[in-house]
Ligand binder design. Structure first.
Ligand code: ATP
Ligand code: MG
Length: 567
């Protein structure tokens, strides 16, 4: 008994990633009164992508794991780029992933007054000044990591003058770009972020929540840590590019916090995926320039794109678990993501028959006008799924690629003189193929063996190939959208030049006239997942209309990830 208890305990404490270990240590040390409060802080300037899912799973997941809470805070400090459309889409995607912020929905703009008051306090205490230089001049004075910067000529303005100018900046008396408020720290500091960072700038565009109230807006470094503090966030988990910002985060938070409560920033590695880009700026460009069909184009790495493609929240969470959280940047293989969705859909997707590139097969010895009903397994992975009926007749659709007139060795599909099984039906032997004047195959002829109907005793004569098929008289036409990689290079962000030149021109293939079995045509609903026998997993697209189903190919059947692991 004791032994069993011990393994359970080990499993319960083990399996934590390094961020969760830090959290556990803080909780055990009684920091922040033993509270855990994380936050997910998206800027509403685009749709969420799978990289954000990694952050969401960490932020909400850690809160769930340790009985804490997680805030959703929109980092809405730049009115020029932000939109409510994005806010609503972000909420939808977080819910879809399976997380909920409850009543903990916040906006950085909730804290504009508190942030402004803190800025005024910094000015009064001699820690901030109004600079009238252009951003180019300021950048030129910044120095380099090995050379100190140069002090601004406005650095030692009297406090009263700073207060007056800052107030007038906010009243709209000065043009955008003509003045900034800078923290007065140290122009020779070894951390470049400490060289008098800009903390406020003038923006005259109205803000979608606060309207015309503010003409000055806080910069990220001045807003983020303080917003965490105002909200009671204890662990501010973000990605590695914020490591050099952490000292500044701590510097500003120290103006507010004491030892009884102080938020802590922890950084983990970003999710980067092969054959795509993760930058919201680039994704927005693809959408705006019509290079994809929208944010939810099934080729996009956005959560709405992946959802439309047929990815499930479970598969995305599984993928994120597999890649894990570390302190080292990595490039993650898209094949692993595909592996996760393939495994998940294998469990849940109903098996159906569809022929995407049809050619007609005529069983010349099968009586004209006769039909039979074949019973097809709906999902061998799920005993509860049972079977469904599929009509069989003299004329069938099969895949063009499943026939070769002069095949190489080891071709076990249809070829003259050889037997194959039609899945769930009969063994047939090809007799000839009919061609048009240009030599294109228009029809294939075969004879069936009536003694070999699947399920009958003795029907199981060994044949090497099994083909899927759909009966011609009852087949229904559908559209299938096949996808390939969005970019033709593995790591587009690492390449020189314009990323748009690296787009894969063949990333979308639209197939009309795909033949599907009637049972599928009757029941398929938007978002449903199916396995087309022998072809892959397909998901019903929202473009489907009554009488015209549209399917997105989610992923093929071949486990390309396992193959990569063997290499
Ligand atoms: P931007 O370029 O606009 O800053 P962003 O992708 O950082 O884009 P945010 O809205 O600021 O967008 O991101 C919200 C949170 O998601 C941040 O905490 C950020 O660290 C995290 N995040 C963004 N991209 C990734 C990624 N690829 N992997 C893991 N986390 C990410
Ligand atoms: Mg960001």
């Amino acid at each position: 008994m004791d032994e069993i208890k011990e393994t359970v305990a080990a499993e319960e404490t083990g399996g934590l990633n390094f961020v969760e270990q830090y959290i556990k240590e803080d909780l055990e040390a009684g920091k922040n009164g033993g509270r855990l409060n994380t936050r997910f802080p998206p800027e509403p300037n685009g749709y969420l992508h799978i990289g954000h899912a990694k952050a969401i799973i960490m932020d909400f997941g850690a809160a769930e794991k340790f009985g804490g809470t997680c805030n959703l805070r929109f980092d809405d400090t730049n009115p020029q780029k932000e939109d409510t459309e994005y806010v609503e889409a972000i909420k939808r995607d977080i819910h879809w992933l399976g997380f909920d912020w409850g009543d903990r929905l916040y906006y950085a703009s909730d804290y504009f007054q508190q942030l402004y008051d803190l800025a005024v306090r910094l000015i009064k205490e001699g820690h901030a000044y109004v600079d009238e230089q252009t951003s180019e001049q300021i950048a030129a004075q910044k120095g380099t990591p090995t050379e100190p910067g140069v002090n601004s000529p406005y650095r030692d303005r009297p406090v009263e003058e700073n207060l007056d100018l800052f107030e007038r900046m906010n009243k709209g008396e000065f043009e955008e770009g003509s003045m900034t408020l800078r923290a007065k720290i140290d122009m020779a500091h070894s951390n470049m972020h400490f060289r008098d960072p800009i903390i406020y700038r003038i923006i005259k565009a109205p803000h979608w929540r606060t309207g015309d109230k503010w003409k000055v807006y806080p910069m990220y470094d001045f807003a983020h840590g303080q917003s965490d503090y105002f909200e009671g966030v204890t662990h501010s988990i973000c990605t590695l590019e914020f490591v050099p910002h952490r000292p500044l985060y701590e510097y500003f938070v120290k103006f507010l916090a004491d030892e009884s409560y102080c938020p802590r920033q922890i950084e983990f590695n970003r999710l980067n995926l092969t054959y795509t880009v993760m930058s919201k700026r680039k994704l927005l460009q693809l959408v705006k320039e019509g290079l994809v069909r929208g944010w939810d184009d099934p080729r996009m790495p956005t959560l709405c794109g992946l959802r439309r493609r047929g990815y499930t929240p479970e598969s995305i969470r599984d993928f994120v678990n597999r890649i894990g959280y570390t302190k080292y940047e990595a490039l993650n293989h898209i094949e692993l993501l595909e592996h996760s969705v393939r495994e998940d859909l294998n469990k849940r997707a109903t098996r159906v028959s569809a022929v995407v590139n049809p050619v007609k097969l005529v069983l010349t010895n099968y009586p004209e006008g006769k039909t039979e009903t074949m019973q097809m397994d709906s999902n061998p992975e799920d005993p509860a799924a049972g079977t469904h009926d599929m009509p069989f007749s003299r004329e069938l659709w099969i895949e063009r690629e499943d026939f070769m007139e002069n095949p190489p060795k080891k071709f076990f599909r249809m070829t003259p003189g050889k037997e194959v099984r039609l899945k769930g039906a009969y063994i047939v032997k090809c007799t000839e193929c009919i061609k048009d004047a240009d030599g294109n195959i228009t029809e294939i002829h075969a004879e069936y063996d009536p003694e070999t109907r699947s399920g009958l005793p003795g029907a199981d004569r060994k044949v090497k190939g099994t083909l899927h098929w759909v009966s011609v008289p009852t087949a229904v036409d559908a559209e299938v959208r096949d996808y390939d990689r969005l970019f033709s290079v593995e790591n587009p962000s690492a390449e020189e030049g314009d990323f748009r030149d690296l787009l894969n021109p063949d990333s979308l293939i639209v197939r009309e006239g795909v033949k599907i079995e009637p049972w599928l045509a009757d029941r398929a609903k938007e978002g449903d997942h199916y396995q087309f026998q022998r072809l892959g997993y397909y998901t019903v697209d929202p473009d489907s209309k009554p009488g015209k189903l549209v399917f997105n190919k989610t992923v093929g059947l071949k486990d390309t990830w396992a193959k990569m692991q063997k290499k």
